[in-house]
Design a protein around this ligand. Structure first.
Ligand code: CA
Ligand code: CA
Ligand code: CA
Ligand code: CA
Length: 294
């Protein structure tokens, strides 16, 4: 018991240190450091895979859109090189301890232009299994004057701007793209990085994956009201509706010594101990990262 406790303390310190080292960076070969993810290595469209990096679920939508846009089909609107500016290309999701992390791969940093300039929306989350987004991670301070990186318990949301606001099919398919009002329940930094991916798929337009922006968003699952969600629907869209990426992520149960105690019916430790145990679990999970998820 005592040895286990010391192990937990050591791993907690290790976990905290690892937690602060989250600045997003990309290796010369294009691998996102700390994620083990190299964008564009898997060229499938509209699929979800778990074999790009251990513990990571990857939603692949490069050069593709889940919406069939008038005149161009399932590509970011309005198609071609302008549409590519709106391409939300990949989302990679994982949970480390109580932190749910999203790695978004996109063509533009917060704003893109097609006639007018439009903003990237917030990361909208449905956590309760009932239709409708419950929380939103605000991605850009300019959207509604809310705090960037803040996780908001949603009161009201914003509908699409621009032409697709008047297309009832597309407006309904995307729904809200940003938080209008709500209560901030936590806040974490948003990290970004840029990388030129050139022509990863040997298509006839090499420059379209240059100037790729990588975003890392973090959500504190402990800040979400109620029991830890078993699955979370997420979505992020441009305010104009020119592309949207989303999916359902199955949240792993905590794992590690903390969860073992709880499932064995041991009385709940004090809040501080929960934090320590969570950190131990985090470090243990990091240590097991070579184990494939499936
Ligand atoms: Ca693309
Ligand atoms: Ca896309
Ligand atoms: Ca909901
Ligand atoms: Ca691109």
């Amino acid at each position: 018991m005592k040895r286990w406790f010391i192990f937990t303390i050591v791993m907690a310190v290790f976990g905290v240190a690892a937690n602060y080292a989250t600045a997003l960076s990309v290796s010369p070969s294009g691998e996102v450091v700390g994620w083990g993810v190299t964008p564009f290595v898997n060229n499938d469209n509209g699929v979800v895979v778990t074999d790009i990096a251990p513990g990571v679920t990857s939603y692949l939508q490069n050069d593709w859109a889940p919406i069939n846009y008038p005149g161009v089909g399932n590509v970011p609107s309005p198609g071609g090189r302008t549409g590519e500016q709106f391409d939300l290309e990949e989302m990679h999701v994982r949970v480390v301890g109580d932190e749910m992390q999203f790695l978004l791969v996109a063509s533009s940093e917060y704003e893109a232009t097609a006639g007018a300039t439009y903003s990237l929306g917030d990361l909208m989350l449905n956590v309760d299994g009932v239709d409708g987004f419950d929380y939103g991670l605000v991605t850009l301070m300019g959207n509604a004057g809310l705090t960037a990186g803040g996780l908001y318990d949603i009161d009201t949301t914003r509908g699409l701007q621009g032409a697709y606001a008047n297309n009832p099919t597309i407006a309904a398919e995307i729904g809200p793209w940003a938080v209008q009002t709500g209560m901030m329940v936590s806040q974490e930094d948003i990290d970004t990085a840029d990388h030129d991916y050139g022509n990863p798929n040997n298509r006839s337009r090499s420059w379209w994956e240059d100037n790729t922006t990588l975003y890392e968003f973090s959500v504190d699952l402990a800040a979400i009201d109620g029991p830890r969600p078993e699955s979370i629907d997420f979505q992020i869209a441009w305010g104009c509706g020119n592309d949207v990426i989303g999916g359902t992520f199955d949240v792993p149960s905590g794992g590690g010594p903390g969860d073992g105690q709880q499932t064995n019916g041991v009385p709940e430790p004090a809040t501080a101990m929960l934090g320590l145990i969570g950190m131990g679990g985090l470090a243990a999970r990091v240590g097991r990262k070579t184990r494939p998820r499936r």
